[in-house]
Each structure stands twice: as structure tokens, then as C-alpha cells.
Design a protein around this ligand. Structure first.
Ligand code: ZN
Length: 157
């Protein structure tokens, strides 16, 4: 198991070093801005949305390795998907990083399963989910910045 964890860690570090789709997207028609004040992660997600489908996606930002790698891998995994498919994927991903996903369902997350280890570090869950919340904000066309702290208030109320 520790070998697998090392392998996963290597993937995360690779995406942190060389984030994919790390640029402003020419022709983007949606964008979202996200901030995780607990860690200082900030990012902007750019989308080219056609109908219900994400045709192109990119991001820019600064933050810890987990937030950056998560955004990088998210862009690779949602390209070409519909809003509904993205909702399902995020729901599964969220369950995995909070330790609530049935282990038999983890393989359905494909390469995103490298973030499984985050479930052991509750403080890093927001780093791993920031990109997804920012993507949702972009899909909803909200101009306001989303903060991971709003999510907590929402859950608590
Ligand atoms: Zn972070």
C-alpha cells in the first residue's frame, strides 16, 4: 500500500510541477474564481461551454501542490463532459476525499483516485476540492468569487 501511495504522490507532484491546461483560455465564455483562505489557494477556471458540454477548460492560479495538481487533473478529466456528468464526477470525488466513498467505487474515478490519500488529512480536503467548486461557479456563470469557507457555512446551517 505504501508503494501505491508513493506512486500517487509522484503523480500529484508531477502535476504540481507541470500543471496541464495551465493558461488563460482564448475564446472562453465562462470563468470562475475560487479561494481557499485556510491554505491561501487561489485560482481561476476558464471554460468554453457549448450548450451543456465543456469543450475546452483551463486554469490559472497559485497555491499548494494538492490544489494545483487537483485543478490540473480536473481539467483533463472534465473536458468533453456535460454538466450532469461533471456533477456526478465531483460528487464521487468529494465523497472519496472526505472518506465517504465505497472502496469498490473508487476505480470509477480513474486517475483522480490519486487523491484518495487526502481523506486522511481533513485539512487538505478544501485544497483538493477548490478547483471543482471553482468549476461549478464557472458553470453557473457566477461572477463572484467562491470561497471554500462559504461551503462550510452552508453545510453547518
Ligand atoms: Zn492548499
Amino acid at each position: 500500500m505504501s508503494e501505491i501511495n508513493e506512486l500517487y504522490q509522484e503523480v500529484i507532484l508531477d502535476h504540481n510541477r507541470e500543471p496541464r491546461n495551465f493558461q488563460k483560455l482564448a475564446g472562453a465564455n465562462r470563468q470562475g474564481v475560487g479561494y481557499n483562505p485556510l491554505c491561501g489557494d487561489k485560482m481561476t477556471v476558464y471554460l468554453k461551454l457549448e450548450g451543456d458540454r465543456v469543450q475546452e477548460i483551463s486554469f490559472l492560479g497559485s497555491g499548494c501542490a494538492i490544489s494545483k495538481a487537483s485543478a490540473s487533473m480536473m481539467t483533463m478529466n472534465v473536458k468533453g463532459k456535460t454538466r450532469e456528468e461533471i456533477e456526478q464526477l465531483f460528487s464521487r470525488f468529494h465523497k472519496m476525499v472526505t472518506g465517504n466513498l465505497d472502496p469498490s467505487a473508487i476505480s470509477e474515478l480513474g486517475k483522480l483516485k490519486v487523491f484518495f490519500g487526502v481523506s486522511e488529512f481533513p485539512a487538505r480536503v478544501k485544497c483538493a476540492t477548490l478547483a471543482w467548486h471553482t468549476l461549478e461557479a464557472a458553470l453557473e456563470g457566477k461572477g463572484e468569487m467562491v470561497s471554500t469557507e462559504k461551503e462550510e457555512e452552508h453545510v453547518a446551517s
